[in-house]
Design a protein around this ligand. Structure first.
Ligand code: SF4
Ligand code: SF4
Length: 321
């Protein structure tokens, strides 16, 4: 029997599927990327053409003027491939000191982008960097040949400028499974990463975030191609953990797409499931102040079980704290 996430969560936590304490604005700057990873939920790649314009960025600044000190979490694609990325971050600094850039590390070696790591450090941008394993084989299988070596080179460069070493330069690594299984315990995996990366490469980092793959985008296509989709959906639903359900990230986060449209998270954005008003109208960043006053309902579907399976999952890792 197919399980309904909404029913499941409301049976244990009535009233849970609403925004609670808004603390993070996650902004997707576009779907262009120098990689084309097999698990990518936004199906990003070099041809990505959904790129946030300076006009939309300015609309975001207008919102942040009246909502200072939020965490602003920038993602993509590669946020660095948005041509107005520098303009965006330099203006954001007026409204918050809590900036996160989600980077794939290899982007630092693309022609013309070598300046980015030092500039991130100057702007005190926390880095969340994808590294789905500490072995070359697993990383290259998931993200493409040569990605592991470049990632290690980038991590060493980041360490040299203080990332992962100085308290104010956070370097967090992001793990996600290579196939149809849940992440192992975050604490244990973090210790393994720390040991392997330090011993073999002298690399240091701040924290490891474990993220469960959402059954959408290219990862869904991979599961379908291998006849594993039904198994994986059942695994997620069977692993529903009511104890961590109240911590799902959409209770604290709003996601904005390249046009300024609002979503409960980046997964909903990838599935085109926007936050809507009572008339079914799509809401944008201009509406966000009013939306926050009125309260935000969370739009759910079967992929939501990836957030509540086992130890739970969010953009900042496991939900077991
Ligand atoms: S997973 Fe990240 S690095 Fe890979 S294609 Fe998608 S956006 Fe690019
Ligand atoms: S997928 Fe998004 S909307 Fe669904 S539970 Fe997770 S964070 Fe919330």
């Amino acid at each position: 029997m197919k399980l309904d996430f909404k029913q499941m969560i409301e049976s244990t936590h009535p009233q849970l599927l609403r925004l609670d304490k808004f603390s993070t604005l996650q902004i997707n700057l576009g779907n262009r990327c120098n990689q084309k990873c097999g698990h990518c939920h936004v199906q990003a790649g070099p041809d990505g053409d959904k790129i946030m314009s300076p006009q939309v960025m300015t609309r975001i600044f207008d919102f942040l003027k009246t909502h200072p000190d939020l965490t602003v979490d920038m993602t993509g694609g590669c946020p660095e491939l948005n041509p107005d990325f520098q303009f965006f971050i330099e203006n954001l600094r007026q409204y918050t000191s809590k900036l996160i850039a989600r980077t794939n590390l290899t982007i630092f070696f693309e022609p013309g982008l070598e300046w980015v790591p030092t500039w991130y450090a100057q702007n005190k941008v926390a880095i969340a960097a994808s590294l789905p394993c500490y072995t070359q084989e697993n990383v290259d299988n998931q993200r493409g040949e040569g990605v592991f070596d470049k990632s290690i080179k980038a991590l060493k460069l980041l360490n040299r400028i203080g990332y992962g070493i100085d308290d104010d330069l956070q370097l967090n690594l992001v793990y996600n499974p290579g196939a149809d299984f849940l992440p192992g315990p975050q604490e244990k995996l973090e210790a393994d990463y720390r040991n392997e990366l330090n011993t073999k490469y002298g690399v240091k980092f701040s924290n490891l975030f474990t993220i469960t793959n959402a059954p959408i985008g290219r990862f869904r296509q991979f599961l379908e191609a291998n006849g594993q989709l039904e198994y994986y959906l059942k695994l997620l639903a069977d692993s529903f953990n009511p104890k961590i359900a109240e911590h799902i990230m959409c209770r604290n986060l709003i996601s904005v797409d390249y046009k300024g449209v609002l979503y409960n998270c980046d997964f909903n954005q990838a599935l085109d499931l926007p936050i809507i008003n009572e008339k079914g109208g799509v809401l944008t960043i201009e509406n966000l102040s009013d939306v926050l006053k009125a309260g935000v309902e969370i739009v759910t579907a079967e992929h939501c079980f990836c957030c509540t399976a086992g130890a739970g999952s969010s953009c900042t890792g496991s939900l077991v704290k």
